[in-house]
Design a protein around this ligand. Structure first.
Ligand code: SF4
Length: 328
């Protein structure tokens, strides 16, 4: 794909456990397009957060990237040294975590977080200029500039999330991976945060991967959506297409399970079963024990991700390899 900013190829991540190796990410390949917001969704434990961390090579023991390529900026990130990777993480790649308090030093003022970052990456900048830039950044993110002398605990959850975004902007990051950034926010703050992300994407030419279990957030903000199940990519495509006509039965079930205010009195759809223990994933398509449309081949062979519509790929045996739908 020509407009890919970042390409993941055949990525696998394993965790060593007492039950044996657990494949949290299993042979995943996809592209992230420049300037898009890609929503990465799936149930808890499907591997989406592990995938986000692996993309920045932030997997720590007992986890390990066991194979694949991470193509960004003309490099396979898997071939970079830890030092080179740290430098890239501190410049072109940023991460925003669910709880910003885990990333912000509680005894450091907000201004110190920002100016240290700016000074570390712009060697010619003076301390005064870095402070001015830090003030401008927080103000752009809707925080009064005099608040930069506060400590993280004096900020609300939404403000701390905005500080994390300010840090990524201070670095001029190309790609920001945000892991459940709205989980701790109330709906009003969440809506404002999503509006802000959209504005920043356009203003700063950002590319954003939004990892979330909240389908509503993806509908609100994403250009494309990627659906994971049991460590594999089940479906990826244009968000309107996937939401209107999901291909993969898991994606279909996930979307049908979202409460809809217009379905007055109707019972909410509930998918049968639960995701598998990743130490013992079923053979073939790991969704087959729960799938209402399973075919004989499904319990035997793993389907690969293939293009079915113009901007929609799925890994499901319901679709043949001629990029034509053969069953619905
Ligand atoms: Fe269902 Fe088979 Fe498709 Fe898996 S491959 S989602 S079991 S139809």
């Amino acid at each position: 794909m020509t407009d890919a900013l970042y390409s993941v190829r055949n990525l696998s991540v394993e965790y060593g456990t007492r039950q044996g190796p657990v494949k949290a990410v299993n042979d995943v390949s996809f592209d992230i397009r420049k300037n898009e917001i890609l929503g990465l969704v799936g149930e808890s434990g499907c591997g989406k957060s592990t995938l986000g961390k692996a993309m920045l090579r932030m997997i720590t023991k007992p986890g390990e990237i066991t194979g694949g390529q991470l193509l960004f900026g003309g490099h396979d990130l898997m071939t970079l040294s830890s030092r080179e990777m740290r430098s890239l993480r501190g410049s072109r790649l940023g991460m925003v975590f669910q709880d910003p308090m885990t990333s912000l030093n509680p005894v450091q003022r907000i201004v110190d977080h920002l100016t240290e970052t700016i000074l570390a990456h712009e060697k010619t900048t003076t301390a005064a200029a870095a402070r001015t830039r830090a003030s401008e950044l927080v103000e752009r993110l809707g925080i009064r500039r005099e608040r930069i002398d506060d400590y993280p605990h004096q900020f609300s959850g939404g403000m701390r999330q905005r500080v994390m975004i300010a840090l990524a902007l201070a670095l001029h990051a190309d790609l920001v991976i945000a892991d459940e950034p709205t989980t701790s926010l109330d709906v009003i703050v969440e809506a404002k945060f999503l509006d802000l992300l959209r504005e920043l994407r356009d203003e700063f030419d950002l590319t954003i991967v939004m990892i979330t279990h909240n389908i509503g957030v993806v509908a609100e903000i994403a250009d494309r959506v990627a659906v994971m199940y049991a460590g594999r990519m089940a479906e990826i495509g244009d968000v309107r297409e996937v939401f209107a006509r999901p291909l993969h039965p898991y994606a279909e079930g996930l979307l049908k399970s979202v409460p809809n205010i217009e379905l007055d009195g109707q019972e909410l759809y509930k998918m049968d079963g639960s995701p598998p223990n990743l130490a013992f994933t079923p053979p073939g398509c790991s969704f087959h024990p729960r799938c209402p449309k399973a075919l004989p081949i499904c319990s035997d062979q793993v389907p690969v991700l293939r293009s079915v519509r113009a901007d929609q790929e799925t890994a499901c045996w319901l679709y043949d390899d001629q990029t034509v739908e053969i069953a619905r």
